[in-house]
Design a protein around this ligand. Sequence first.
Ligand code: FMN
Length: 174
Amino acid sequence: MNETLKVLENRRSCRNFKPDMVKEEELKAILEAGTYAATGMGKQSPIIIAVTDKKLRDEIAEENRKIGGWQEGFDPFYGAPVILIVLAKKEVGTYLYDGSLVMGNLMNAAESLGVASIWIHRAKEEFESDFGKNILKKLGIEEEYEGIGHCALGYAAEPAKDPAPRKDNYVYYI
Ligand SMILES: Cc1cc2nc3c(=O)[nH]c(=O)nc-3n(C[C@H](O)[C@H](O)[C@H](O)COP(=O)(O)O)c2cc1C
């Protein structure tokens, strides 16, 4: 199996991160890979907000926790020090697909560099609220964006678990 296929098969979601910050050159490479995802008609509808500031990261985690309805103290980002938030421009017909592919690129690029990752949901609700809208406003983003997902990043505090077996009839040949 070549290195790319190994990365695609070996990527697993991490739910226990070390607090150590992701190295700058690794973070840059992961973000760059995200920006090269295919997009419908090449319109590049997504944007990525890279959150490394601990205070903002904790505020987003708290917002996400409340949306998810978890008990106080639960960290929906499992201690990850970096959160990459992918949003996509709603007026583009393929925005949801575009944003999801960016998420895939980010996670796979992370895996290729030994950086652990996980997709964390509820970005949509987060950016429909005043909390999320204020983040966009501070960045001077005025167009209508929908939150697609958070790619939480960091270094794994424990080895990755084995993947679930692939279901029968995943692939059909005709
Ligand atoms: C759209 C999407 C949303 C997800 N949201 C969450 C989430 O909010 N919290 C979480 O712990 N895992 C979340 N995950 C991770 C999945 O649970 C995980 O990908 C799945 O269990 C398969 O495991 P693997 O990624 O290790 O192959 C999400 C994954 C996807 C694709």
